[in-house]
Design a protein around this ligand. Sequence first.
Ligand code: CUA
Length: 477
Amino acid sequence: MAIEQAGTPRRVLIVSSHPLFGKGIQRLLQARLAPGSSVVGMVSTVEEAVSAINSANPDLVIVDYDDDRVNRDEFLARFVETARQLRVVLLSLKEGGSQAIVYDRRTLAAAQIDDWLAEWSFNNQSGRSAKKLIGMPISGLRSSNMKHFIVVMLVIAALFALLLVGLEQVRLLPVAASAQSIVIDQLFQLHFIMIIFLFSLIVGIMIYSLVVFRRRKGDLTDGPHIEGNTTLEIAWTIVPLLVVLAVSFIGSRVLAQVNQVDPKPLYVNVIARQWSWTFEYPEEGITTDTLVLPVDRQVVLRMRSEDVIHSFWVPEFRVKQDVLPGDLVRELRINPNRTGEYKVRCAEMCGTQHAFMEQAVQVVSQADYTSWVTENSVASDDPVARGQQTAQNIGCMACHSVDGTTVVGPTWQGLFMSEVPLEDGSTVTADEAYLEESIREPQLKIHDGFQNVMPRLADNMTDEQIQDIIEFIKSLQ
Ligand code: CUA
């Protein structure tokens, strides 16, 4: 039993009507208290204690817990009338042979005494002895600890199994449609299992503790003081370290597999802008707003942005790549392995229409791909049809509707030869000259009620393409 840590010299007052108690305590103190400590008094009644506190000025008071003549409540109520802080120890030498049992040990200020007394009084009323609440025989602890351990392990195992089965039922990931998604999904699976285990471990122990070790009515004691556990601390440092190293090793292998280069890929240029995608097939001479890919052939997407940062993401392919403005062409390799219709979504906040920056992706058989290429590489000789195609491909339709609805910019329906209100209150007739000027220099005459957010797409267009688009707008009456 350590009554006090060595270090500070103490002035000790012993309160007991039994002389043997005082002697026993003195013997214990000699071995444990710092040099310079002294027993400043041994008193046997409350009255003597009060006057000794005033005259001898102790800073540690040891009270005989088993002595009926030194009533705890009365004793404390009196002696704490001083404003000083006293270390108070309630001690029993009766039980446990030569052992001393400390029932309560704390430093009290005058203001805390009421609480302290109430706590002890309550225990007396309810008929429970203070010992039951505070002391616990060491021998009983082992077997009950083992019981707790086994039960909490069962709780964790049950929680883990339940979540594992539950998660199997809920399909968290969309359909997997690329060779890359196979290894990525395996990695996801591994992480899900580890997360479920950690969740079960933490929540299992927490729920068990909340229920089993909850505070019972009338129990105002502090929890036992635990100094630490070196074995446990080493374990919870080494184990996560090994897990993180293992995961990073597996992760780097998956990354290598995802970036695997096939010998004869298909190249597609991807141009992103606020708020549409354009896909160019340089070898096939096709520009389109729908990404059409042959199944089981690697495609290399070479991506750039005309304005801000966007992000190319088809969830079914799992991989994702930021698309940057300037000359920073980013590459993304995908091996689509499942025919179907998907969507490319922009996964980087890029302005007001970001949420709607999605376009169709089709994975088709090699035969369908070949016929699609044949169809689309033939140029139409109808300027309206060409204009419609160009307008779609370069992204006009992301902001201009052809059915009268307002998206970001004014609708094209009925636009030709209409009177367009301008911000300064004047109007302008939307003739061919105005349409061409607005395509080439969008900022010059802004339609009233709209913001100037239109990019200078004309910089990348031929004169013929601009004329085609004007023909297409003229057709929308
Ligand atoms: Cu482009 Cu978000």
